[in-house]
Design a protein around this ligand. Structure first.
Ligand code: SAM
Length: 294
């Protein structure tokens, strides 16, 4: 009987879509997973068990939600598209440990959601096949809000995954790599072919795991200032760090004071932003702050 097949099986997915007259909205990044193996890889990477919670962002018609419900103790799925809510309620009705919330995740008070939905479980992981148009704001919200998270395992655009995991010196390394690595340890789990989705996306995909750090790998006096310095250093990638910082922090001044401060932080002014490690940015931010530059 087809009803017993996984939601993710191509046949059941097509059946659910047809039965509800559902049409995909490209603007909401709706590409649904129809591959059991990929779903298993995502769920395995999150290391869930019945004592853990899972927060899913964008459940679609519930392919991943179903696998999470079979593995985690409590599952909350936040979906923006009202048309999917009755479908999710119906197809996930066999799983009492699932809660569906209709909301834009960017507007949700996640601390409140955690205390309401995950009070009975130990650790919580975010597990999702994210809508690509809004990947970075969602991940930065999850990281910046310092939620009690163990892991974030997400399918995202391959190019964005590579930028998040990049090391200093390469073309992929930038302010996104630094922000993500400040809060977590990223690890590429696998790349994913177009064929596992309906409809198929135009970009390549990858699964990335962000192991959330208990504390950042570097100490900074002022986090906001640290990220300002990082952002300013990448304003124009081809320019030196000295040129980029001058435009942001020392407009209308000579460059002697800036270059002296860079040297004090152990950084040659002729270097480019993409060559500096997190530790070097931390030192630079603290030296600038101590000199009253903010
Ligand atoms: N998890 C399903 C799967 O793997 O088959 C669907 C993934 S699909 C790539 C992304 C889902 O996120 C869609 O269901 C879309 O409606 C939803 N979505 C898009 N923007 C959202 C937002 N801001 N908040 C919550 N859900 C969102």
């Amino acid at each position: 009987m087809s009803g017993r097949e996984d939601i993710s099986s191509p046949r059941r997915t097509k059946e659910i879509i047809a039965a509800h007259g559902f049409s995909f909205k490209k603007s909401l990044g709706q590409n649904f997973l129809i591959d059991h193996n990929i779903l298993n890889k995502i769920v395995d990477a999150a290391e869930l068990d019945t004592d853990t919670g899972a927060l899913e962002i964008g459940p679609g018609i519930g392919a991943l939600t179903e696998r999470l419900a079979q593995t985690a103790g409590a599952v909350t799925a936040v979906e923006i598209d009202q048309r999917l809510i009755p479908i999710l309620q119906e197809v996930l009705s066999p799983y009492p440990n699932v809660r569906i919330r209709h909301a834009d995740v960017l507007g949700v008070d996640l601390h409140e959601l955690f205390s309401e939905d995950f009070a009975a479980v130990g650790k919580v992981s975010v597990v999702a096949n994210l809508p690509y148009y809004v990947t970075t704001p969602i991940l930065m919200k999850l990281l910046e809000e310092k939620l009690p998270l163990a892991n974030i395992v997400v399918m995202i655009q391959k190019e964005v995954a590579e930028r998040m995991a990049a090391s200093p010196g390469g073309k992929d390394y930038g302010s996104l790599s630094i922000a993500v690595q400040y809060y977590s340890e990223p690890e590429l789990v696998c790349t994913v072919p177009h064929t596992v989705f309906i409809p198929q996306p135009n970009v390549e995909s990858a699964v990335i795991r962000l192991k959330v750090r208990e504390r950042p790998p570097v100490d900074v006096k002022d986090e906001q200032h640290f990220f300002e310095v990082v952002k300013a250093s990448f304003t124009q990638r081809r320019k030196t760090i000295s040129n980029n910082l001058k435009a942001r922090f020392f407009p209308g001044e000579g460059r002697e004071r800036l270059e002296a401060l860079l040297i004090e932080a152990g950084i040659q002014p002729s270097r480019r932003g993409e060559t500096l490690s997190l530790a070097e940015y931390a030192r630079l931010s603290d030296v600038l702050l101590a000199a009253g530059i903010s």
